[in-house]
Ligand binder design. Structure first.
Ligand SMILES: NC(=O)C1=CN([C@@H]2O[C@H](COP(=O)(O)OP(=O)(O)OC[C@H]3O[C@@H](n4cnc5c(N)ncnc54)[C@H](OP(=O)(O)O)[C@@H]3O)[C@@H](O)[C@H]2O)C=CC1
Ligand SMILES: O=C(O)C1=N[C@H](C(=O)O)C[C@H](O)C1
Length: 269
Protein backbone atom coordinates (compact mmCIF):
# COMPACT_ATOMS: atom_id res chain seq x y z
CA UNK A 1 0.00 0.00 0.00
CA UNK A 2 2.73 2.49 1.01
CA UNK A 3 4.46 2.11 -2.37
CA UNK A 4 1.32 2.98 -4.36
CA UNK A 5 1.55 6.47 -5.93
CA UNK A 6 0.32 9.08 -3.46
CA UNK A 7 -2.35 11.38 -4.92
CA UNK A 8 -3.32 14.87 -3.74
CA UNK A 9 -6.74 16.30 -4.65
CA UNK A 10 -7.01 20.07 -5.04
CA UNK A 11 -10.42 21.68 -4.52
CA UNK A 12 -11.45 18.79 -2.28
CA UNK A 13 -14.93 20.11 -1.44
CA UNK A 14 -15.92 20.76 -5.06
CA UNK A 15 -18.26 18.69 -7.24
CA UNK A 16 -15.29 17.08 -8.96
CA UNK A 17 -13.04 17.19 -5.86
CA UNK A 18 -15.39 14.90 -3.92
CA UNK A 19 -15.87 12.58 -6.89
CA UNK A 20 -12.09 12.32 -7.28
CA UNK A 21 -11.62 11.51 -3.59
CA UNK A 22 -14.13 8.64 -3.82
CA UNK A 23 -12.44 7.38 -6.99
CA UNK A 24 -8.93 7.37 -5.46
CA UNK A 25 -10.21 5.74 -2.24
CA UNK A 26 -11.81 2.94 -4.27
CA UNK A 27 -8.67 2.36 -6.37
CA UNK A 28 -6.15 -0.39 -5.64
CA UNK A 29 -3.55 1.40 -7.79
CA UNK A 30 -3.18 4.68 -5.87
CA UNK A 31 -3.59 6.09 -2.35
CA UNK A 32 -4.95 9.40 -1.15
CA UNK A 33 -2.28 11.43 0.65
CA UNK A 34 -3.79 14.92 0.71
CA UNK A 35 -6.93 17.00 0.25
CA UNK A 36 -6.36 20.71 -0.34
CA UNK A 37 -8.83 23.58 -0.23
CA UNK A 38 -8.33 27.34 -0.41
CA UNK A 39 -7.39 29.25 2.77
CA UNK A 40 -10.46 30.20 4.78
CA UNK A 41 -12.59 27.35 3.45
CA UNK A 42 -14.86 25.93 6.20
CA UNK A 43 -13.57 22.38 5.59
CA UNK A 44 -9.95 23.25 6.55
CA UNK A 45 -8.88 21.08 9.51
CA UNK A 46 -11.89 18.74 9.22
CA UNK A 47 -11.55 15.04 8.49
CA UNK A 48 -12.27 14.61 4.76
CA UNK A 49 -14.49 11.55 5.24
CA UNK A 50 -16.69 13.31 7.79
CA UNK A 51 -16.75 16.56 5.78
CA UNK A 52 -18.16 14.58 2.84
CA UNK A 53 -20.84 13.11 5.11
CA UNK A 54 -19.23 9.66 5.53
CA UNK A 55 -16.99 7.80 7.99
CA UNK A 56 -13.79 9.18 9.58
CA UNK A 57 -10.82 8.60 7.24
CA UNK A 58 -7.98 10.04 9.33
CA UNK A 59 -7.00 12.66 6.73
CA UNK A 60 -7.65 16.35 7.42
CA UNK A 61 -8.39 18.90 4.70
CA UNK A 62 -5.56 21.43 4.54
CA UNK A 63 -4.68 24.75 2.91
CA UNK A 64 -0.95 23.85 3.05
CA UNK A 65 -0.58 23.19 -0.67
CA UNK A 66 3.25 23.30 -0.61
CA UNK A 67 3.65 20.81 2.25
CA UNK A 68 1.03 18.45 0.87
CA UNK A 69 2.22 18.45 -2.73
CA UNK A 70 5.77 17.69 -1.51
CA UNK A 71 4.49 14.23 -0.44
CA UNK A 72 2.67 13.52 -3.71
CA UNK A 73 3.49 11.57 -6.86
CA UNK A 74 0.52 13.20 -8.58
CA UNK A 75 -1.83 16.12 -8.03
CA UNK A 76 -5.32 16.09 -9.54
CA UNK A 77 -6.69 19.55 -9.98
CA UNK A 78 -10.23 20.54 -10.98
CA UNK A 79 -10.42 24.05 -9.50
CA UNK A 80 -10.11 27.50 -11.10
CA UNK A 81 -7.64 28.85 -13.67
CA UNK A 82 -5.87 31.04 -11.08
CA UNK A 83 -5.57 28.24 -8.52
CA UNK A 84 -4.35 25.79 -11.17
CA UNK A 85 -1.62 28.12 -12.40
CA UNK A 86 -0.39 28.59 -8.80
CA UNK A 87 -0.44 24.80 -8.29
CA UNK A 88 1.53 24.23 -11.52
CA UNK A 89 4.52 26.04 -10.00
CA UNK A 90 4.37 23.81 -6.90
CA UNK A 91 4.00 20.55 -8.83
CA UNK A 92 6.91 21.53 -11.06
CA UNK A 93 9.09 22.12 -7.96
CA UNK A 94 7.97 18.79 -6.46
CA UNK A 95 8.35 16.99 -9.83
CA UNK A 96 4.85 15.56 -9.29
CA UNK A 97 2.51 14.75 -12.16
CA UNK A 98 -0.10 17.50 -12.48
CA UNK A 99 -3.43 16.38 -13.92
CA UNK A 100 -5.40 19.47 -14.89
CA UNK A 101 -9.13 19.20 -15.51
CA UNK A 102 -9.85 22.86 -14.87
CA UNK A 103 -11.34 24.80 -17.81
CA UNK A 104 -11.78 28.48 -18.66
CA UNK A 105 -8.09 29.32 -19.17
CA UNK A 106 -6.95 32.49 -20.92
CA UNK A 107 -3.72 32.71 -22.96
CA UNK A 108 -1.82 34.10 -19.95
CA UNK A 109 -2.69 30.99 -17.87
CA UNK A 110 -1.80 28.61 -20.70
CA UNK A 111 1.58 30.29 -21.10
CA UNK A 112 2.39 29.65 -17.41
CA UNK A 113 1.24 26.04 -17.60
CA UNK A 114 3.48 25.52 -20.61
CA UNK A 115 6.43 26.94 -18.64
CA UNK A 116 5.73 24.55 -15.73
CA UNK A 117 5.65 21.62 -18.16
CA UNK A 118 9.36 22.15 -18.85
CA UNK A 119 10.00 20.63 -15.40
CA UNK A 120 7.12 18.25 -14.74
CA UNK A 121 4.60 16.03 -16.45
CA UNK A 122 1.31 17.85 -17.01
CA UNK A 123 -1.77 16.13 -18.40
CA UNK A 124 -4.39 18.72 -19.28
CA UNK A 125 -7.75 18.16 -20.97
CA UNK A 126 -11.06 20.00 -20.95
CA UNK A 127 -12.68 16.58 -20.70
CA UNK A 128 -11.11 13.46 -19.19
CA UNK A 129 -13.76 10.94 -20.32
CA UNK A 130 -13.06 8.18 -22.81
CA UNK A 131 -16.26 8.97 -24.72
CA UNK A 132 -15.53 12.64 -25.33
CA UNK A 133 -11.95 11.97 -26.38
CA UNK A 134 -13.24 9.44 -28.89
CA UNK A 135 -15.74 12.06 -30.07
CA UNK A 136 -12.84 14.50 -30.58
CA UNK A 137 -11.20 12.07 -33.00
CA UNK A 138 -14.49 11.36 -34.78
CA UNK A 139 -15.10 15.09 -35.14
CA UNK A 140 -11.66 15.56 -36.70
CA UNK A 141 -12.37 12.75 -39.19
CA UNK A 142 -15.84 13.95 -40.20
CA UNK A 143 -14.62 17.54 -40.57
CA UNK A 144 -11.78 16.33 -42.82
CA UNK A 145 -14.24 14.39 -44.99
CA UNK A 146 -16.70 17.25 -45.53
CA UNK A 147 -16.16 20.65 -47.10
CA UNK A 148 -17.54 24.04 -46.05
CA UNK A 149 -20.91 23.20 -47.65
CA UNK A 150 -21.47 21.61 -44.24
CA UNK A 151 -21.83 24.20 -41.46
CA UNK A 152 -20.22 23.11 -38.18
CA UNK A 153 -21.95 24.04 -34.92
CA UNK A 154 -20.92 22.94 -31.43
CA UNK A 155 -23.75 23.00 -28.89
CA UNK A 156 -23.13 22.30 -25.21
CA UNK A 157 -25.32 22.10 -22.09
CA UNK A 158 -24.21 22.18 -18.45
CA UNK A 159 -25.54 22.69 -14.91
CA UNK A 160 -26.46 26.12 -13.58
CA UNK A 161 -23.24 26.50 -11.53
CA UNK A 162 -20.82 26.36 -14.47
CA UNK A 163 -18.92 29.64 -14.77
CA UNK A 164 -17.14 29.37 -18.15
CA UNK A 165 -18.46 29.19 -21.73
CA UNK A 166 -17.94 27.69 -24.19
CA UNK A 167 -17.06 24.62 -22.13
CA UNK A 168 -13.56 23.21 -22.30
CA UNK A 169 -15.00 20.24 -24.16
CA UNK A 170 -16.73 22.43 -26.73
CA UNK A 171 -13.41 24.14 -27.39
CA UNK A 172 -11.66 20.77 -27.79
CA UNK A 173 -14.33 19.70 -30.29
CA UNK A 174 -14.14 23.01 -32.15
CA UNK A 175 -10.35 22.72 -32.29
CA UNK A 176 -10.59 19.18 -33.68
CA UNK A 177 -13.11 20.30 -36.30
CA UNK A 178 -10.84 23.19 -37.33
CA UNK A 179 -7.83 20.88 -37.56
CA UNK A 180 -9.82 18.39 -39.63
CA UNK A 181 -10.75 21.18 -41.99
CA UNK A 182 -7.22 22.60 -42.04
CA UNK A 183 -8.12 26.04 -40.68
CA UNK A 184 -7.24 28.03 -37.54
CA UNK A 185 -10.11 27.97 -35.04
CA UNK A 186 -9.37 31.56 -34.00
CA UNK A 187 -10.12 32.69 -37.57
CA UNK A 188 -13.43 30.87 -38.05
CA UNK A 189 -14.95 30.76 -34.57
CA UNK A 190 -18.42 32.37 -34.18
CA UNK A 191 -19.59 32.83 -30.60
CA UNK A 192 -22.39 34.53 -28.72
CA UNK A 193 -24.72 35.43 -31.58
CA UNK A 194 -27.33 38.00 -30.55
CA UNK A 195 -29.38 40.60 -32.43
CA UNK A 196 -28.93 41.30 -36.17
CA UNK A 197 -25.88 39.12 -36.64
CA UNK A 198 -25.94 38.90 -40.41
CA UNK A 199 -25.79 35.56 -42.21
CA UNK A 200 -23.60 32.80 -40.94
CA UNK A 201 -20.08 33.00 -42.38
CA UNK A 202 -19.19 30.21 -44.82
CA UNK A 203 -16.71 27.90 -43.07
CA UNK A 204 -17.52 29.30 -39.62
CA UNK A 205 -17.47 27.04 -36.56
CA UNK A 206 -20.26 28.20 -34.24
CA UNK A 207 -20.58 27.71 -30.47
CA UNK A 208 -23.75 27.82 -28.35
CA UNK A 209 -24.11 27.20 -24.60
CA UNK A 210 -27.13 26.13 -22.51
CA UNK A 211 -27.01 26.39 -18.69
CA UNK A 212 -29.57 24.83 -16.37
CA UNK A 213 -30.35 22.59 -13.41
CA UNK A 214 -28.07 19.64 -12.79
CA UNK A 215 -27.02 18.80 -16.38
CA UNK A 216 -23.66 17.01 -16.02
CA UNK A 217 -22.44 17.78 -19.54
CA UNK A 218 -23.83 17.31 -23.06
CA UNK A 219 -22.09 18.08 -26.35
CA UNK A 220 -23.32 17.96 -29.95
CA UNK A 221 -21.18 18.59 -33.00
CA UNK A 222 -23.56 19.33 -35.86
CA UNK A 223 -22.53 19.19 -39.50
CA UNK A 224 -25.48 20.84 -41.24
CA UNK A 225 -25.66 20.60 -45.02
CA UNK A 226 -28.42 21.19 -47.57
CA UNK A 227 -30.91 18.33 -47.21
CA UNK A 228 -28.99 16.39 -44.56
CA UNK A 229 -27.37 16.77 -41.15
CA UNK A 230 -24.85 14.70 -39.21
CA UNK A 231 -24.90 15.00 -35.42
CA UNK A 232 -22.13 13.59 -33.21
CA UNK A 233 -23.24 13.55 -29.57
CA UNK A 234 -21.84 12.80 -26.14
CA UNK A 235 -24.00 12.80 -23.02
CA UNK A 236 -22.40 12.56 -19.58
CA UNK A 237 -24.72 11.36 -16.84
CA UNK A 238 -22.17 10.74 -14.07
CA UNK A 239 -19.07 12.79 -13.08
CA UNK A 240 -17.32 9.49 -12.26
CA UNK A 241 -16.30 9.27 -15.95
CA UNK A 242 -14.13 12.40 -15.55
CA UNK A 243 -12.65 11.22 -12.24
CA UNK A 244 -11.75 7.79 -13.64
CA UNK A 245 -10.01 9.45 -16.59
CA UNK A 246 -8.11 11.81 -14.29
CA UNK A 247 -6.84 8.98 -12.09
CA UNK A 248 -5.82 7.03 -15.18
CA UNK A 249 -3.88 10.11 -16.35
CA UNK A 250 -2.15 10.45 -12.95
CA UNK A 251 -0.94 6.83 -13.14
CA UNK A 252 -0.02 7.06 -16.83
CA UNK A 253 2.09 10.15 -16.09
CA UNK A 254 4.41 8.36 -13.65
CA UNK A 255 7.95 8.06 -15.08
CA UNK A 256 7.12 10.03 -18.28
CA UNK A 257 9.39 12.80 -19.49
CA UNK A 258 8.39 16.37 -18.51
CA UNK A 259 5.99 17.94 -20.99
CA UNK A 260 2.37 18.84 -21.58
CA UNK A 261 0.20 15.89 -22.56
CA UNK A 262 -3.54 15.39 -23.11
CA UNK A 263 -6.04 12.57 -22.75
CA UNK A 264 -5.48 11.43 -26.34
CA UNK A 265 -1.91 10.61 -25.26
CA UNK A 266 -3.14 8.83 -22.13
CA UNK A 267 -5.80 6.82 -23.95
CA UNK A 268 -3.63 6.16 -27.00
CA UNK A 269 -6.35 7.48 -29.33
N1 LIG B 1 -11.75 18.14 -17.58
C1 LIG B 1 -12.87 17.52 -17.17
O1 LIG B 1 -13.10 16.33 -17.47
C2 LIG B 1 -13.80 18.26 -16.30
C3 LIG B 1 -13.53 19.54 -15.96
N2 LIG B 1 -14.29 20.20 -15.06
C4 LIG B 1 -13.82 21.53 -14.67
O2 LIG B 1 -13.30 21.44 -13.34
C5 LIG B 1 -13.46 22.70 -12.71
C6 LIG B 1 -14.16 22.50 -11.37
O3 LIG B 1 -15.47 22.07 -11.58
P1 LIG B 1 -16.46 21.75 -10.36
O4 LIG B 1 -15.87 20.68 -9.50
O5 LIG B 1 -17.79 21.55 -10.95
O6 LIG B 1 -16.41 23.15 -9.59
P2 LIG B 1 -16.57 23.47 -8.04
O7 LIG B 1 -16.75 24.94 -7.92
O8 LIG B 1 -17.59 22.55 -7.44
O9 LIG B 1 -15.14 23.05 -7.43
C7 LIG B 1 -13.97 23.82 -7.48
C8 LIG B 1 -13.32 23.73 -6.13
O10 LIG B 1 -12.03 24.33 -6.14
C9 LIG B 1 -11.89 25.06 -4.94
N3 LIG B 1 -10.82 26.05 -5.00
C10 LIG B 1 -10.87 27.32 -5.47
N4 LIG B 1 -9.67 27.92 -5.31
C11 LIG B 1 -8.86 26.99 -4.74
C12 LIG B 1 -7.49 27.01 -4.31
N5 LIG B 1 -6.73 28.11 -4.43
N6 LIG B 1 -6.97 25.92 -3.74
C13 LIG B 1 -7.72 24.79 -3.58
N7 LIG B 1 -9.03 24.73 -3.94
C14 LIG B 1 -9.57 25.80 -4.53
C15 LIG B 1 -13.27 25.67 -4.73
O11 LIG B 1 -13.46 26.15 -3.43
P3 LIG B 1 -14.55 27.36 -3.20
O12 LIG B 1 -15.84 26.85 -3.74
O13 LIG B 1 -14.57 27.56 -1.75
O14 LIG B 1 -14.00 28.52 -3.96
C16 LIG B 1 -14.13 24.45 -5.04
O15 LIG B 1 -14.27 23.61 -3.91
C17 LIG B 1 -14.20 23.59 -13.70
O16 LIG B 1 -13.25 24.37 -14.40
C18 LIG B 1 -14.86 22.60 -14.63
O17 LIG B 1 -15.13 23.11 -15.90
C19 LIG B 1 -15.39 19.64 -14.50
C20 LIG B 1 -15.74 18.37 -14.82
C21 LIG B 1 -14.99 17.56 -15.76
O1 LIG C 1 -18.01 22.28 -15.48
C1 LIG C 1 -18.37 21.11 -15.72
O2 LIG C 1 -19.22 20.52 -15.03
C2 LIG C 1 -17.72 20.39 -16.83
N1 LIG C 1 -16.69 20.96 -17.40
C3 LIG C 1 -15.92 20.45 -18.46
C4 LIG C 1 -16.01 21.38 -19.65
O3 LIG C 1 -15.91 22.60 -19.48
O4 LIG C 1 -16.16 20.88 -20.76
C5 LIG C 1 -16.18 19.00 -18.75
C6 LIG C 1 -17.58 18.54 -18.51
O5 LIG C 1 -18.37 18.82 -19.62
C7 LIG C 1 -18.19 19.05 -17.22
Amino acid sequence: MADLPGIVIMGASGRMGQMLIHTVLQSDKARLVGCVERSGHPWIGRDIGEAMGGPHLGLAVTDDAIGTIAQARAVIDFTTPEATVATATLTAQARAVHVIGTTGFGPEHLHKIKAAARHAVIVRAGNMSLGVNLLVQLTRKVAAALDADFDIEVVEAHHRHKVDAPSGTALMLGQAAAEGRGVALSEVSERGRDGITGERGRGAIGFSAIRGGDIVGEHDVIFAGMGERIVLRHVATDRAIFARGALRAALWGQDRKPGEYDMLDVLGL
